[in-house]
Ligand binder design. Structure first.
Ligand code: PA5
Length: 427
């Protein structure tokens, strides 16, 4: 279900020379005795997930779908990006048969953004899913208090309680305590699954199911990925080959990796990928800086830099073999726009020619290494498969850098400064 191609990668080492290091890292991962081994719950989750909670997620989603027009998802980072990335990937940006729209709050302090979203909720049937593992994240906690008040004023206190669902730590934290006190339905973020790996838990699954994504199919993809990327053998594991290719390019002097997609509905997928890769690898002065572009849109902006700018980056092309929708370009009797040479061709055909043309321009003329990942389609099953692919790849990549891919100590520093400025007690 995924093809990984390195022939345009300018890789100056062969994969075999990395096998011993990969085997060692793989053993540390599966034997759970490497760095960050208390955050490896995602590894076996496709088989060992909490079945009772999974059924409750489906039941709750169905009940919400029967009553809601909008589900507001309140969360930031790993508590938000997965739901947005994979609902857009699978359903598209403007789904024709949308029953419940997902809107997002708690991912910013912007008053403009908060009020714009809140204003669109008037006269709609609204449910809230507040998601925070720690329960103390300021962006989410502020937005939640304001939205809780709005819900209570709009629906009354008792009805608001039925419309608010909390996804948080099983036992600890202020959000858990608040949710229990108010009697909200709650879902659990397992202790051993970090935020950026949590899309496969209630964090991602509840909003995705409410939006209309088939989470059973997503789980089928996860399971298939778990089986397909289980081998330590570089010849049989494209996730590990990708991890090694990234290391080779980093060691050869590249400092940034640009994820390229030709599908606008994958733009948020790229944001999810950036968090997963940036937080996992960017520490101890190491790691590739993850960036992204959507082509052909960005060929009219950043394409110039990639083609002829400083040689700091390589591209990873995320191609989609079969689009969900396609359209035929029509013939025009007058041909005033002189576009008849494309009449009868499909939009996807033209998109794919643009991608081939760009690959050769960047690789040959620009000398920019290109790694190619091709997925089958934008289905829920492919989403699950590609999630597991990137999980396994970044875990390997982090271990090859001899760091802990599962923590994010650097994100705490700005928070301390901000709390001091805001006068939070204890700072
Ligand atoms: O990857 C991470 O751990 C972070 O991006 C968190 O997901 C983010 O900070 C949100 O944290 P929390 O779920 O505790 O509110």
């Amino acid at each position: 279900m995924i093809k990984f191609e390195t022939k345009y990668g300018y890789l100056d080492q062969d994969f075999a020379s990395w096998q011993d290091r990969v085997t060692k890292a793989h053993n540390a991962l599966v034997q759970k005795n490497g760095k960050g081994n208390d955050f490896l719950g995602w590894l076996d989750w496709p088989l060992n997930y909490d079945k009772a909670e999974y059924q409750r997620i489906k039941d709750t989603a169905e009940a919400i779908r029967a009553n809601a027009e909008v589900l507001v998802v309140l969360g930031i980072g790993g508590s938000y990006l997965g739901a947005r990335a994979f609902s857009e990937m699978v359903l598209g940006l403007y789904p024709a048969d949308r029953e419940v729209e997902l809107l997002y709050l708690g991912n910013s302090f912007s008053a403009n953004y908060f009020l714009q979203v809140q204003n669109t909720l008037k006269d709609k049937s609204v449910y809230l899913n507040v998601i925070s593992k720690s329960g103390t994240t300021t962006e989410t906690a502020m937005a939640f208090r304001m939205m809780k008040h709005w819900m209570e004023e709009t629906y009354g206190i008792q009805e608001a309680k039925k419309r608010i669902i909390a996804t948080t730590d099983a036992a600890r934290g202020t959000l858990k305590a608040l949710a229990d006190q108010e009697g909200y339905e709650t879902f659990t973020i397992p202790d051993d699954i970090g935020g950026r790996f949590s899309v496969i838990t209630a964090v991602g699954l509840l909003p995705l199911a409410v939006a209309g994504v088939d989470i059973d199919a997503l789980f089928a993809g996860l399971k298939e990925g778990m089986a397909d990327f289980s081998s330590p053998d570089l010849d049989n594991n494209p996730a590990y080959r990708y991890a090694v290719a990234r290391r080779i390019l980093n060691e050869s002097g590249k400092v940034a990796e640009t994820l390229v997609t030709y599908e606008p509905q994958l733009a948020m997928f790229a944001e999810w990928w950036k968090q997963l890769f940036g937080e996992s690898e960017g520490k101890e002065g190491k790691g590739l800086f993850p960036t992204s572009v959507v082509f052909s849109t960005d060929l009219h902006s950043l394409g110039q830099f990639i083609q002829q700018g400083s040689k700091v980056l390589f591209e990873t092309l995320l191609l989609v073999k079969t689009p969900t929708l396609d359209a035929i370009f029509p013939d025009d009797g007058q041909n005033l726009d002189q576009m008849n040479y494309l009449a009868g061709k499909s939009l996807d055909y033209v998109n794919k020619q643009a991608s081939t043309a760009t690959l050769h321009a960047h690789y040959q003329d620009g000398q920019v290494p290109n790694l190619i990942l091709e997925i089958e389609d934008l289905s829920a099953k492919s989403a699950g498969y590609v999630i597991y692919f990137f999980f396994k790849a970044i875990a390997m990549s982090g271990y090859l850098l001899d760091l802990n891919p599962f923590d994010q100590p650097g994100v705490e520093i700005y928070k301390k400064n901000m709390f001091k400025l805001l006068g939070k007690p204890g700072y």
